[in-house]
Design a binder for this molecule. Structure first.
Ligand SMILES: [Zn+2]
Ligand SMILES: [Zn+2]
Length: 138
């Protein structure tokens, strides 16, 4: 069963803290896109997608970087941790799973941007795979 309730998390140094209200039906995407690779330094970056009203920063102020015409990535200026991403149309906020206090409470549901997946990296699962955008705003 998927977790329902309030998830908490924050950046590495703890300056920025947040809460997410989830009902268990969220899209949780492994993002294989080039921007996530460059921003994180990792082969893939997993995100949980929620409506903007379900996400709240409870401590600190993140700094935004417009990584594309439609997306802004928010990070901690102290430790550099990348915490969340907003889109210009306010469809959804993505929060990085690695910043959750307990990332075992949610599980990925899809793979996005597999067109950019690194040849030497893959996961063993049967989740749906999208060559470009996964459905962030189901
Ligand atoms: Zn920090
Ligand atoms: Zn990405």
């Amino acid at each position: 069963m998927a977790f329902r309730g309030v998830l908490t998390g924050g950046c590495l140094c703890g300056a920025i803290r947040y809460e997410i209200r989830v009902d268990g039906d969220e899209v949780v995407d492994y993002c294989h896109c080039r921007q996530c690779q460059a921003a994180s330094g990792a082969p893939v970056l997993p995100w949980i997608q929620v409506p903007p009203s379900a996400f709240r920063v409870t401590a600190g102020v993140a700094r935004g970087f417009a990584s594309s015409a439609s997306a802004t990535r928010w990070f901690c200026t102290e430790c550099g941790g990348q915490i969340y991403m907003t889109d210009i149309n306010d469809r959804s906020v993505g929060i990085t799973l690695g910043t959750l206090d307990d990332a075992n409470l949610v599980r990925p549901t899809v793979h996005g941007w597999t067109a950019s997946r690194l040849a030497w990296f893959d996961t063993a699962d049967d989740l749906p795979r999208y060559p470009e955008y996964p459905p962030y705003d189901l």
